[in-house]
Design a protein around this ligand. Structure first.
Ligand SMILES: Cc1cc2nc3c(=O)[nH]c(=O)nc-3n(C[C@H](O)[C@H](O)[C@H](O)COP(=O)(O)OP(=O)(O)OC[C@H]3O[C@@H](n4cnc5c(N)ncnc54)[C@H](O)[C@@H]3O)c2cc1C
Length: 387
């Protein structure tokens, strides 16, 4: 690489991984990483709640998982990972079940005691065989699990999360969710899963901790800045890069109502209190993630942050109730909607992006895809590998 000065826009996992790998591969280069936020780690940012001491997943809960050995080796250089298996629960019609749908869920929901093969045969009788090639989310669900499980677990949740009829969403969203005929309730299938002991922000700070990397926070990128650098890696929204002049790509965003239970105080009405020998310990829902798929419940899920760090002990607790809505100008973009009109717009931006010399678009916002952490890290590793 002949370049000497590189600008990276965004200090999330995409930008931080690219920065670190570039200076390690090309010791002569200098990298400036800027972010408009006051912290690194992008949407994976974690910070301790000053009152309870609980580690908060500020922009929503994050569990690291991957099947790529190189990605797992890479992330373990910058953090001590504690084993963590996500076992999501879901409350529907007043009863709690395990997700993803597994043999326990099926037996509990249908009041049966099936063996794996019996459950497989039973679910096959529920599936809508008239659907040969599912054209949308709803058809995929009806073909896959039948109407009872679909209406109880997915229809309402999907309508709330995406703000539209599941018939308008691609079948591929449901294809990602596992259906299991054993008692395995691990949300992910990957062999490597965990959460960094000190949170994601400490990990990203370690990634960026190199004398050849300069980090500037609270700094919004403008196109003119690139003139001072040999190459720019942009990890922000692709439509924003072009000042939205072809139109805006649509995202869903989420927001939270926060409840805090503070040790030695009792005003938190929703809390249940378990008493350890000498201390009141608040446990507000007994699990990390509880979904609420019923359509008459306005929120999608509740997140109790302390359960993402079971190796820590905190008497207090912080609970987020998550709501979903359409993204407006000042909202954080979370989930790319990727409806056909969005994809048409994306093609226009991508064509213009490909014509720009020395500017590369990396990560979930710049490529307008839903991507997990291991995927953006993997793509940043691959990007540097081919330089
Ligand atoms: C609610 C939720 C839960 C998730 N849970 C998981 C999970 O459990 N496991 C998992 O693996 N993944 C999860 N993800 C996905 C994960 O958040 C992403 O993979 C990851 O954040 C992508 O990193 P990134 O660097 O590409 O983007 P971001 O993290 O979004 O970072 C981009 C950064 O660029 C900055 N930026 C943008 N534009 C500009 C500009 N013009 N000037 C300056 N700075 C700019 C932003 O401020 C931001 O800090 C979840 C995502 C969401 C929304």
């Amino acid at each position: 690489m002949t370049h000497k000065n590189i600008l990276i826009v965004g200090a999330g996992f995409s930008g931080a991984t690219a920065a670190r790998c570039l200076v390690e591969k090309f010791p002569h280069i200098r990298v400036t990483v800027l972010d408009k936020r006051s912290h690194t780690a992008g949407n994976c940012h974690t910070s301790r709640d000053p009152v309870t001491g609980v580690m908060l997943h500020v922009y929503g809960p994050h569990v690291f998982h991957t099947d790529r050995q190189d990605v797992w080796n890479f992330v373990n250089r910058f953090a001590v990972f504690r084993p963590f298996i996500l076992r999501t629960k879901t409350t529907t019609r007043g009863e709690a079940f395990g997700l993803p749908i597994n043999l326990h869920t099926i037996n509990q929901f249908f009041r049966k005691n099936f063996t794996p093969q019996e459950a497989r045969d039973f679910i096959a009788t529920k599936a809508d065989k008239s659907i040969i090639e599912a054209q949308n989310f709803e058809e995929q669900a009806l073909k896959f699990i039948g109407p009872e499980l679909y209406y109880a677990f997915f229809r309402g949740y999907t309508m709330k999360q995406w703000g539209c009829d599941p018939k308008m969403l691609p079948a591929s969203i449901l294809k990602r969710l596992p259906l299991r005929f054993d008692y395995n309730d691990n949300y992910f299938n990957d062999p490597y899963q965990g959460i960094p002991e000190q949170g994601y922000t400490a990990m990203v700070e370690n990634l960026l901790d190199d004398s050849r990397i300069c980090v500037k926070l609270n700094t919004e990128y403008v196109r003119d800045m690139s003139a001072a650098y040999d190459m720019t890696i942009y990890t922000g929204e692709i439509d924003r890069f072009f000042a939205y002049d072809e139109g805006r790509l649509r995202y869903r965003t989420v927001f939270w109502k926060t409840e805090k239970a503070i040790a030695s105080q009792t005003e938190c009405k929703t809390s249940t209190i378990t008493t350890s020998p000498d201390l009141k310990v608040y446990d507000l829902q007994g699990t990390a993630v509880m979904n609420f798929p019923d359509p008459d419940v306005p929120f999608t899920r509740k997140i109790e942050h302390k359960h993402f760090a079971p190796w820590e002990t905190h008497a207090g607790s912080v609970l987020y109730t998550e709501f979903s809505k359409e993204t407006e100008a000042d909202d954080t973009p979370y989930y790319p909607k990727r409806l056909s009109s969005d994809l048409l717009l994306l093609t226009k931006y991508q064509k213009r992006a490909s014509e720009l010399p020395n500017i590369h678009f990396l990560g979930r916002l710049a490529t307008y895809r839903y991507m997990d952490m291991h995927q953006v890290i993997g793509e940043a590793l691959d990007f540097v590998h081919v330089q």
